[in-house]
Design a protein around this ligand. Sequence first.
Ligand code: PLP
Length: 233
Amino acid sequence: MTTIRNNLQRVHQRIADACAQAQRPVTDVTLLAVSKTFGPDAVRQAYEAGQSAFGENYIQEAVEKIALLRDLPLQWHCIGPVQSNKTRLVAGHFDWVHSIDRLKTAQRLSEQRPPELAPLQVCIQVNIDGGATKAGVAPKDVAALAAEIAALPRLKLRGLMTIPEPVDDFAAQRALHMRTRALFDQLREAGLPLDTLSMGMTADLEAAILAGSTMVRVGTAIFGGRPPLSSRA
Ligand SMILES: *Cc1c(COP(=O)(O)O)cnc(C)c1O
């Protein structure tokens, strides 16, 4: 029963060690616990161990979980693909969306964000390694999209998110994350007030923190292994 608590402790230690190595204050990096495929009990255990920000990929699953956990002061981050027919659910239930990859989605989210809620905090997902079939905006198109999203009234553009293809080699992981970091720096230099670089997962959070990540999204190291996608309904 204490596994999630122990796992969280270990992840916090990894983050602290990486921050020390990068000579960054540990307060620079937020831990997002990715609870996709795990039930509300697992989220509750993580909350009791001090975790309050959770990431979800599948909208329907997330909305059910969010409803069951209404009694807790949790922050919910959408990190999965957002189809047009899901924007209203996302706008009504989440605090953040990391996976914006087109203007149309951003416009719908802004229009559909309920007036009683704070602006939706968003990141643009960047296809940094050029995966042909992958979600995310090509690096060359990010600046134009960022300028348009920054002008939407009910969204607040916070930064960039990436999901690079897994590579084992630490230097390669870091080099890829450094490319996203460079793009982030360019946008800031152009005057956009961005503060969030959402990159790094269980396998590469150290490399991401060395490259400047401010939010690591960790699932497996906290909740354990997930069933393969093919076995999901
Ligand atoms: C599942 C997922 C994660 C967490 O991955 P782990 O390797 O389990 O830490 C992070 N980000 C996104 C977008 C994901 O889909």
